[in-house]
Design a protein around this ligand. Sequence first.
Ligand code: WT7
Length: 670
Amino acid sequence: MSETIQTLLQENRSFPPSPEFIAQANVSDPEIYAKAAADPEAFWESWAKQLDWFEPWHTVCEFTPPDAKWFVGGKLNATYNCVDRHANGARKDKPAIIWEAEPGNSRTITYGELKDEVSRLANAFKALGVGKGDRVSVYMPMVPELAYVMLACARIGAAHSVVFGGFSAESLEERTNDADCKLIVTADGGWRRGHIVPLKATVDEAMDLGCPSVSHVLVLKHVGPEGTLTNGLAAPKYNEGVWQEGRDVWWHEIVPQQSTDCPCEPMDSEDLLFILYTSGSTGKPKGIVHTTGGYMTGTYATSKWVFDLKDEDIHFCTADCGWVTGHSYVVYGPMANGATVLMYEGAPDTPDKDRLWRIIEKHKATILYTAPTAIRAFMKWGTQYPDRCDMSSLRLLGSVGEPINPEAWIWYHETIGKGRCPVVDTWWQTETGAIMITALPGITATKPGSATQPFPGISVSVYSESGVGNQITGPGVTGKAGGGFLVLTKPWPSMTRGIFNDPARFQRTYWSRFENAYFAGDGVKLDEEGYLWLLGRVDDIMLVSGHNISTMEVESALVDHPSVAEAAVIGKTHDLKGQAISAFVILRGGHENHPGLVDELKGHVAHKIGALARPDDIFVCAELPKTRSGKIMRRLLRDVAEGRALGDTTTLADPAVVALLKDKYESSES
Ligand code: WT7
């Protein structure tokens, strides 16, 4: 890669917060950036003090790169902060969780009930031999019990490792063994698009592959006719797995009779809270480690300021708890704030493509936090679905997971937010634990496609190849405009403490590229006004005739065309240019491929970005290969475009998509 990453895409629209929003915002004083930058440790300490601690810390931060400790010597319990302090006080009867299931039934659990449920489950864990310092593998659908499991682990000082319910038996087995888990918690199955995902049967398969550390499998009866959650609805036929006496234990046979008395284990601030595996596009998954005090402080603070979280809010984060977004912004962050969270188990197009909007209407959600890949799907389906629902309860919209292209941002703002709701585009990672770069909705004038500025107390730099760059700590602290590598130059409380059992890989992956700085792996551009524009993974930046062009910029330009719903761009090896730009596009509903469309799209990109970004070829297709978390796997598209055998497809949501794409691509070439 050349000395800096250039960028060409321009976006000049700006959306300042409304006076009404500012007047009620949790934070509206722009001075907080400078204050936090002047003394980040004092800033974070003031947040930590808003949590309940059993014993105070003696030192705010100890940092010897890459090892950080926060609130050293302090003792606390995450579940005490998320549940007990609310249940024991004024929020006892306040809904903690509103849960909606795909078949249409819903349940509400108050903080008081949550405390009892979590305590009983924690006692059941103890009865199954799980205690402080142990690890628990979790393979569940998006049900309230999934949150209970996480909180029950934290209550007794066991760490959870949640494995997304869409992963295979091999993935579950690999993660369970890497973390040396004693227990697997699962359900008979989960709902997805009118079908049942057979979870218990997959756990059986993982156990058959060999998980020697696991002595029990705790199984929630969820989809069976007498299951707790379907109001007698008979689930479609599914593979129930094979019950193994002695190993398998039904939830309803061990949990209900437990005592609701289970004290919260006082945990050291640096004790393990959870492990979460990130798949990565290559290599074995990394067990990202998070500890208690710093993680709780980071997720508590960002929930309060980024989502402007209030007691009256109904917070709807659509992420599954199998991802970090579900950990930080379904469970720990909002619940540390005593918020009401809305959980949905099921697909956004079941029974119809308005399902998400119907859920917002039914439960009067005020905050929606979702991903660009979902937003682009909603755009593709059309505005008739949101338009027929009453979503006037919404007051704030969030985006996470990948760069949001300006077109999708504007659609989200107008069609879902009716122009009233601030949009916060939040950049962060499993490794960062909490949101790092984001607008603050009562302060920041947003620009569509820019994640704007670092959260107060966070120091970001845009480094050149040689590791030079100014620190950016808030608006106005602009440094030199230009593109480069995104690094974090100061420690922050919720940063990962490492890769489970692999310190060398931790050092190599994040801390060896630049000295004393965390390298996030993303490219970023700083504009003249000090706004940050994320450009995607540096591996996804192309080198075309000596120019760096980000795949994401070309994708944005394509999606800006009225007929394009979604685009994926790759650099294809080219004799003269080094790389040539190759694009795969999906058309919006109601648009057909016609002769001349491809040329029109090429011209559109050249017009939006410049002639050198004009794609060499554009292939119109029906679907794109995505991981289960919705990320496009450009590596496989490169295999398709370069005519190679497909690489590893095991992390794909649907491997058939890319196989079909390859066939069609090859027949279109010949
Ligand atoms: C990677 C982290 C953070 C929770 C979900 C993903 C990309 C994430 C944004 C954003 C541009 C983003 C980055 C990052 N990413 N949010 N708002 N704008 N890119 O967690 O699986 O650990 O992935 O997702 O490339 O490095 P993850």
